[in-house]
Write a new protein. Structure first.
Length: 321
């Protein structure tokens, strides 16, 4: 069974990023991810970039990107280079798709979600809510070939990545330690371009991280299961692999991840007092303790103290994982 190991880490200096989707304002969970990634970049004297992940345009809300940027700045979380929007870079995703096509890695798929569910049900497989659906390879040819005219979107067809057999990806999470995933058994052939012509998150995030020279990815544990497939895409496209750190999630009273879908409320950043209170709650969730709690401290002073405590906090998170 072939296993792809972690190559040497990038050595060109630290470049991190925060990449929210503009489907609504920041909530407590997204602030935890923003604060953790910002502190990690600042502790390592690195750059912290802001990328608006609006590749899934039907889900985006007008003005949400500007509100997210306002909230971040209200919390003192400034970025170091001009913010970028995925929707402005469709050409780079198309070029990556064409490279994968030239490697005979793609095939078109006309299956609907209901067709996939029916096929799996006939095999005795019932997909549970929030569970990864393993595509049954209904449309996969015996031997994928390069497709002429990939630049044109086929009507009612998505493009899937044909995984080789027995594909296991291993990587080191900086807090969680060694992670391993069998992509065949746990993910299956996944979509890179949807039937409506939109590129998926999996392809866009890999291309963007490589284009922006991202060396360190700090994000929530809800994205941990995406990492192996992203690493496989990085390998296929010849990209360098970033280092990964997945942060503990903020859960609601039902034990579900806070999200816009679960109607998570926006953080309060109307003034410095409220913004600092939100930062303190995020820091507590990340395990940061003994930070200044006085009423007279400024956000800048508090962030400096949090930055100085971050490396020790990572040791705490590792010990309590």
């Amino acid at each position: 069974m072939p296993t792809l190991k972690n190559p040497s880490s990038p050595a060109d200096g630290y470049r991190g990023r925060f990449a929210p989707s503009p489907t609504g304002p920041l909530h407590a969970g997204s602030l935890v991810a923003a604060l953790g990634s910002w502190l990690d970049a600042r502790t390592n004297q690195g750059k912290w970039l802001l990328r608006i992940e609006d590749v899934d345009t039907p889900r985006c809300i007008s003005g949400a990107d500007q509100e997210i940027m306002r909230q971040l700045l209200a919390c003192g979380l400034s970025w170091d280079e001009e913010a970028t929007w995925q929707s402005k870079h469709q050409d780079r995703y198309q070029k990556a798709l064409e490279r994968l096509n030239a490697l005979h890695c793609l095939y078109s798929c006309t299956c609907s979600r209901q067709m996939i569910a029916n096929t799996l049900e006939a095999q005795g497989i019932i997909a549970l809510r929030n569970q990864e659906v393993i595509y049954p390879r209904t449309c996969r040819p015996q031997q994928p070939q390069a497709f002429e005219g990939l630049t044109q979107t086929l009507p009612d067809a998505a493009w899937r990545l044909a995984l080789p057999a027995d594909l296991v990806i291993e990587f080191e999470d900086r807090v969680l330690g060694t992670q391993s995933q069998n992509l065949n058994l746990e993910v299956g052939d996944f979509v890179l371009r949807r039937k409506d012509g939109l590129f998926t998150y999996q392809l866009a995030v890999v291309v963007d991280d490589a284009t922006q020279g991202i060396t360190h990815v700090v994000r929530g544990q809800d994205l941990l299961s995406n990492t192996a497939r992203q690493i496989f895409l990085q390998n296929l496209l010849g990209y360098q692999r970033p280092q990964y750190l997945h942060l503990p999630l903020v859960l609601d009273e039902h034990g579900e991840k806070l999200s816009k879908q679960t109607l998570a409320t926006a953080i309060h950043t109307q003034d410095e007092k409220h913004a600092l209170n939100e930062l303190r709650k995020a820091a507590l969730h990340l395990g940061l303790r003994n930070l200044p709690d006085g009423q007279e401290i400024t956000i800048a002073e508090w962030l400096l103290a949090a930055t100085q405590a971050w490396n020790d906090n990572l040791l705490f998170l590792k010990a309590t994982k």
